[in-house]
Design a binder for this molecule. Structure first.
Ligand SMILES: [Zn+2]
Length: 177
């Protein structure tokens, strides 16, 4: 039922300018897909040299898998596309600041850049709650950029929980956070 209730449309940015906003719009569209699939609306895209090599949305509910976050699913796709576990030179775009698990994956995968939209002061690990990307002893330090399409992605996430609050959404929010 919730999938029918997504009031947000996908956006189609110009492909001529493949900047951070362009890739974040692609992630945003995946977040819309997540909502339509009755999942918490988070989307992630991995780009290398301007080409998308991974794209996924959150699927924790449908896959009954707590690791099925958008970022991790996209990382797996990207590694398969490159035929290498190292995603050196790749950029991860995600609509919400990565959690401990996903920020950790960005470090382990040697992802060059992490770009997120809305920050998460509770669970975000790219500077929100913790800065995993900047731990001095780690052998890799992704460059982090926050706030790209922040308002749009925040509105999507907040609307999702507002529309569903009071029902099963409470459990989902708890599961997400
Ligand atoms: Zn995560």
């Amino acid at each position: 039922m919730a999938g029918q209730g997504c009031p947000f449309e996908k956006r189609f940015p110009s492909e001529l300018v493949r900047d951070d906003a362009y890739f974040m719009w692609l992630a945003y569209n995946l977040a819309v897909d997540a909502w339509r699939a009755d999942e918490v609306p988070v989307g992630a895209v991995i780009a290398m040299d301007g080409v998308v090599i991974g794209a996924a949305h959150n699927q924790t509910i449908s896959l009954r898998d707590p690791t099925a976050h958008a970022e991790l699913l996209a990382v797996t796709q990207a590694a398969e596309a490159l035929g290498d576990w190292r995603l050196s030179g790749a950029a991860l775009y995600v609509t919400k600041e990565p959690c401990p698990m996903c920020a950790g994956a960005a470090v382990m995968a040697r992802i060059a850049r992490v770009v997120f939209a809305m920050g998460d002061p509770k669970m975000g690990c790219c500077g929100g709650a913790v800065a995993l990307h900047a731990v001095a002893t780690f052998n890799h330090h992704p460059i982090v950029t926050g706030g790209v399409l922040e308002d749009e992605c925040r509105q999507l996430m907040q609307s999702f929980f507002q529309l569903k609050r009071g029902g099963e959404a409470g459990d989902r929010e708890a599961a997400w956070n």
